[in-house]
Ligand binder design. Sequence first.
Ligand SMILES: Cc1ncc(COP(=O)(O)O)c(C=O)c1O
Length: 487
Amino acid sequence: MDQRKAPIYEALEELKSMRLVPFDVPGHKRGKGNKELTDFLGERCMTVDVNSMKLLDNLCHPISVIREAEELAAEAFGAAHAFFMVGGTTSSVQAMILSVLKAKDKIIMPRNVHRSAINALVLCGAIPVYINPQTNEQLGISLGMTVADVKAAILANPDAKAVFVNNPTYYGICSNLKEITKLAHEHGMKVLVDEAHGTHFYFGENMPVSAMAAGADFASASMHKSGGSLTQSSFLLCGKDVNANYVRQVINLTQTTSGSYLLLSSLDLSRRNLSQNGREIFEKVTMLAEYAREEINQIGDYYAYSRELINGDSIYDFDVTKLSVNTLGIGLAGIEVYNLLRDEYEIQIEFGDLGNLLAYISVGDTKKNIERLIGALSEIRRRYYLDKGRSGKGELQSHEYINPVVACSPQEAFYADKTSLTLEESIGGICCEFVMCYPPGIPILAPGEKITREIIDYITYSKEKGSSLTGPEDMEITRLNVMKGVR
Ligand SMILES: Cc1ncc(COP(=O)(O)O)c(C=O)c1O
């Protein structure tokens, strides 16, 4: 196929030249009916905010330009089929889970999954069999799954339908995806891969293996993260043994019938760009990230980690485009440095947790921006560590992973009769809701899990340090919904 083509974008260009009189939605009628919004977003943007029509195909049942764009995307990613998704990578993750699992089916997954994966289990009633990812105690991050742990889970649960893998984790850590895929397939299980942070694996050189290259059945690729498309756009990729027409039916259970052409054309153009220029783009990104790492490590007391962590198993590979920095050495939690950077240096970082920061480096960055970040980090170390004599790690907790005790399925707990208790009172109960720091959106507690003293201490500590906690019905996170009468 000709990867220089972008059928959705080309059809929108044609539409513009046609000057059709719109008696269809959206009601702003190419922006004319909402001057304020048009002034804000620009006429060019509003004129392509249109609905499905003959020329533009239909996302729910693509037969022309969207179908062609899907085929181009599939080829570019080495997939048998690609779906254009407009509900974020959340919708991609949920579609792959709902395509493979139904109520009471088991899925083997690491516990450090994004909330979208466990949300899907609430929706379909499947049962998670968690593999506890290994943890790097010094950094306070959870790692990948070891092949031995996956094998043990498969052998203990031969009836499981699927294995779910993060490729990579938010921090850039990859499991041995090829070997895990082989193992799962040998036992008749599908392999579902969350590649929210791995779109560039398909286009850059010397990157960790991508899900499609590893032979996985599904991958959810956040084009809007490292792929450069608009926020909320994503690709769901399918391998050769997947019935794509059934997957489409599953997607259509929850997907809008008014897919945004802003999002669709951004996916189309970004795929074209990556297929043409991806190698150079990610070479530049890698170079910037490597430079930043070197300079940050020279400041002292920070640790910007990389491939030296690779151990052949729980850290099988590392995504060098991720700039993950451990901050505990300067006596500040990652979230504290995150807040200082934003409040005092006008630098917005992707996220900070208790021990680490993640700066997202992309094609949009320049060396000048990187220098600014390095300068700010250096100054923060001087002000808060050297001048104030903070004594390094001190009493800081870096713990990012707590072994969950799963008492029942996420669906059972989510829909159970519940009672609202204070954090202290809730200890010993079964949680009916999620609690997580966002980002990264990995649940500290998920529905169906036992609430322990350790978890409540962790939540309290995260709140004290300024983490943004989300999930519970009580937005202040002072109370939790627990299953009524169950201890
Ligand atoms: C690992 C992972 N999976 C899935 C998602 C969901 O992506 P989106 O925000 O596009 O719905 C995220 C979002 O940050 C993520 O980090």
